[in-house]
Design a protein around this ligand. Structure first.
Ligand SMILES: [Zn+2]
Length: 59
């Protein structure tokens, strides 16, 4: 089975700005769907935003 390299979606913790790789929530024919980790592994904050949204995030 062909396996294309795939970058996981990344999420930024809004509290400490650590970047986390997303958790795979679903496997699809084109790859995977990701969801934000339940909480930040560094500080415990539960609000993580997708990296692509981060520049637009207003606390
Ligand atoms: Zn954090």
């Amino acid at each position: 089975m062909a396996h294309a390299p795939e970058m996981p979606e990344k999420y930024v913790c809004t509290a400490c700005q650590t970047i986390h790789a997303g958790t795979v929530s679903k496997r699809t024919e084109s790859g995977h769907e990701y969801e934000a980790p339940a909480e930040c592994g560094c500080c415990g904050e539960s609000e993580l935003v997708p990296e692509k949204n981060w520049p637009h995030f207003q606390p």
